[in-house]
Each structure stands twice: as structure tokens, then as C-alpha cells.
Unconditional design. Structure first.
Length: 448
């Protein structure tokens, strides 16, 4: 025990010494040894129920045996070739599958990359060039990545620190809990669309100079903001009316999480371009832009990285898509999401500082406020809640432009007993924070 404790301490100080703050966001002092299914085990052998899926990557659960086998086999047969310069079957097969699995029957092609940021970087470079229209529109609160071009499409505080995106106009995104224009959720959504058409198109981004609108069907990092079901179809209508491409960023919510393979299917929208990442490779780096051939062919060698579409990541992605479909994980997301929402509504009734609970499938948000009337964000308390959940054996994370929203996104393989256990831990952690069990100084080095 003594030896294990010193192993953790040693790793903590080495982490501090050598890993730059540019890539550190620690929400709990978790030192991981291994993970299986929905359980992460730390270096001391302690198990945690994971309600994050590692930022929505482990949709098929950690260490799925069929995916592990596919990766091992692929690597021993062909450890690497660069798909930029030679052909291997996995690369072509994955592109064919993505074309078949995404909405729209027009002639599509695929550009692979290694991360969500890299895929959206490709979009920000190639779409204006291919269409000859330099401007793009994105939404306030949108998160599309941290590389220069993808950061330029984003509009969330930790990314808007960087300059860039001079060709991008950011439009308001409807927020049912905190309506931008006031009124009901539906009125707010209609106002956002009206503002886009009557103000932004007229004053800032004339459609004839604008190539595309990029949107997350549900905003994720902004704090699980689920617009009314009418918003995305309304946006699609505007795109058709003004001849703009609709780009759907499914990096976080895709691959079954919302209860259908893609989030846009929940509201019957067919985007022109879809961007897929995170969970696509079940933990191996791979992302994809799926879009019209005439757009993705228009800039030859415009977005080619040495490792894009490498054999191992493609094998992981093919096995991953097969598991999501054959195990009915989208349907499980619907069922387990409903079960979780029902627990959360009960919990909300007992804890005054839960301002709002919302979700689609297993993409669930809990917004914490100091006062239900003023909706003052409970940022510190949210950090404490995640810390307390960690002490009680559960990994929870929080997001949001006010850092006060729990983003609950477990692996889609989660079962009813695990949902029930997770919600019981959450209930207890809320009570413990209310009773002052987590002192302020505990939060010093963790959190946003
Ligand atoms: N798009 C969305 C919707 C995201 O949530 C993120 C990451 N949070 C990205 C793109 C960027 O993905 P990555 O971190 O893989 O670069």
C-alpha cells in the first residue's frame, strides 16, 4: 500500500514537472492503470464508474474485445503505410461505409484526418476555396477544435483567446434554459434563425460571399445545449434557400450517442458535409470529413497528413462501427438515457441547485445554479461535486461557458444497474457538497 501511494505521488510530481499546462485540464486527481467496459481502475487498484467515456471517445466501452482483436491483427499484418501515397483495403472500406452510413445519396467522398480539430481545419480551408466564397458562419458557443482554422470556427471562451477566423461570423445559438432573445425555447429558436437571415446575411455575411454554416446539432463544450427540434430543420431550410452548405459537426455526439448513429438524424436533417471524430476510432486517432465529391476533390492535396487513414486506426474504426450497430448501442443509449433522465428529475426535486436537466440519448447535461430564479452559475460548487463524485468512486466532468454544467456521457454499453449506481453516487455527492464536505482548497489544482 505504502509502495502504491508513493508510486502515485511520484507520478503526480513527474506529470507536473514534464507535462505542459497547454495540454492539461485535470478535473480529478486520477492516475489510471487500466479500464474495461464502464470501469476505470487506478494505480492503487481502485475502481471508478466512468460517466465520461473519456470526452465521448469510449462509446463501445473500454477495451471492447472485438475491437482490441481487430487492432492487434491489423497492426501485426501491416503496421503502417501512408494512405496518402498507397492504397490499403481498410482505408477504402471505411470510406465506403461512412458514405453509406451518413444521410444523403448524392456523390460523396471522404477526407481522413487524425482528430476533430484536423478534420474541421480541413473544412475551414477547403470549403471556401472549393466554392470560391470566402466567408463562413458558425455559432456562438460552438466548439470545432483547437488548431488555427478549427479554432477560428469556434466561439467558446477557452478557444476565442486565439485570434483567427477573420472570415467567420458567429451567430447566436438558441438556448432553451437561458434564451438569447428571451421568450420560450421555440420563440428563441425562431428569433435566432430570423437574426441570421435578417441581420447576419444582410450586414455581415452576404450569402453570395458565404460558403457554409457549420453547426453542432447539440452544442457540447458550451454546456450540453440542446436547441428545440425545429432549429436544425429551420437552419437547413435557410441553407437551401440561400444556397449555402450545411456542415454538421458530429465529432462529439456522433457514433450512436444521441440514440441514432448521427445526432442530425434525431431531427431529420441531411447535412451536406459531416465531420466525424473522437469515438470513430474507439480510442485510436482518426477523423473524417464526409462531403460532396466536387468539394473534397476541388483542392488536390489540400489536406493530406502522413498518418491520415492509417491501417490500424481504420481497422479500429471498422470494428467500432460494426460493434455499435450489431450490439444496438444507439438503442441502448435511448433506453439508458431515458432511465438516467428519470433519476435526474427525481434528484432535481431534492436538490435546489440543480437548475436544469436535459439530454438526448446518453448526451446528458445537468446545469447547476446558486439560485433557480437568477440562474447564477454555481461554478465552484460544480467543481466540488465532480471532486466528491471522484472520492465516491465515479468519474464525472463538467463543461459550459460558465463551467457549471455536468456533461454526463458514459460508454453506450452502460447497463441499468450502472446507471442506477451512478445516479445514487451523484445524489450522495450533491448532498455531501451541500453539507460542506469538500473544502474550497481541494479544488485549487483541478478544474477549468
Ligand atoms: N468538434 C467538437 C464538437 C468537439 O467537441 C471537439 C472537441 N471537444 C472537436 C471538434 C475537436 O476535436 P479534437 O479534440 O479531437 O481535436
Amino acid at each position: 500500500m505504502q509502495e502504491l501511494a508513493s508510486r502515485t505521488e511520484d507520478l503526480a510530481s513527474r506529470d507536473e514537472r514534464v507535462i505542459a499546462d497547454s495540454m492539461r485540464l485535470r478535473q480529478a486527481p486520477l492516475f489510471v492503470d487500466r479500464a474495461q467496459g464502464c470501469t476505470i481502475t487506478d494505480l492503487d487498484g481502485r475502481d471508478y464508474l466512468d460517466l465520461t467515456a473519456g470526452w465521448c471517445v469510449a462509446n463501445t466501452g473500454y477495451g471492447h474485445p472485438r475491437i482490441a482483436e481487430a487492432i492487434a491483427q491489423s497492426y501485426s499484418r501491416l503496421s503502417f503505410v501512408s494512405a496518402v501515397s498507397v492504397v490499403h483495403p481498410g482505408f477504402v472500406e471505411l470510406a465506403e461505409q461512412l458514405i453509406a452510413l451518413t444521410p444523403g445519396s448524392w456523390r460523396k467522398k471522404v477526407t481522413f484526418a487524425n482528430s476533430g480539430s484536423e478534420a474541421n481545419e480541413g473544412v475551414s480551408k477547403m470549403v471556401p476555396m472549393a466554392t470560391g466564397r470566402p466567408r463562413m458562419i458558425s455559432f456562438m458557443g460552438g466548439m470545432h477544435g483547437m488548431s488555427a482554422g478549427s479554432a477560428g470556427l469556434s466561439a467558446i471562451p477557452f478557444v476565442t483567446r486565439f485570434s483567427g477566423g477573420g472570415h467567420v461570423t458567429r451567430a447566436p445559438f438558441p438556448n432553451p434554459y437561458r434564451p438569447v432573445f428571451g421568450g420560450t425555447a421555440e420563440q428563441d429558436s425562431a428569433e435566432c434563425l430570423r437574426f441570421l437571415e435578417e441581420q447576419i446575411f444582410v450586414q455581415l455575411a452576404p450569402p453570395e460571399q458565404t460558403s457554409a454554416i457549420i453547426v453542432e446539432p447539440i452544442q457540447s463544450d458550451a454546456g450540453v445545449i440542446i436547441p428545440p427540434d425545429s432549429f436544425l430543420p429551420g437552419l437547413e431550410r435557410l441553407c437551401r434557400k440561400y444556397n449555402l452548405l450545411l456542415i454538421d459537426d458530429e465529432v462529439k455526439i456522433g457514433c450512436g450517442r444521441t440514440g441514432s448513429l448521427w445526432g442530425c438524424e434525431q431531427v431529420g436533417v441531411s447535412p451536406d458535409i459531416m465531420v466525424i471524430g473522437k469515438s470513430l476510432g474507439a480510442g485510436l486517432p482518426i477523423s473524417a470529413i464526409v462531403g460532396p465529391a466536387q468539394i473534397l476533390d476541388a483542392v488536390p492535396l489540400g489536406h493530406a497528413f502522413t498518418l491520415s487513414g492509417n491501417p490500424t486506426s481504420c481497422a479500429a474504426a471498422l470494428a467500432n462501427l460494426e460493434v455499435i450497430q450489431s450490439e444496438g448501442l444507439a438503442a441502448n443509449a435511448t433506453a439508458m438515457g431515458a432511465r438516467m433522465m428519470s433519476h435526474l428529475r427525481d434528484i432535481q426535486a431534492r436538490h435546489e441547485w440543480i437548475g436544469d436537466v436535459r439530454g438526448k440519448g446518453l448526451f446528458v447535461g445537468v446545469e447547476l445554479v446558486r439560485d433557480r430564479h437568477t440562474k447564477e452559475a454555481a461554478g465552484l460548487e460544480t467543481a466540488k461535486l465532480c471532486y466528491r463524485a471522484f472520492e465516491l468512486g465515479m468519474i464525472l466532468q463538467y463543461m459550459g461557458v460558465r463551467a457549471n454544467v455536468l456533461e454526463i456521457t458514459p460508454p453506450l454499453t452502460i447497463n441499468a444497474a450502472e446507471v442506477d449506481r451512478g445516479m445514487a453516487i451523484l445524489d450522495r455527492a450533491l448532498t455531501d457538497v451541500e453539507n460542506g464536505l469538500v473544502p474550497d482548497d481541494r479544488i485549487g489544482k483541478v478544474g477549468w
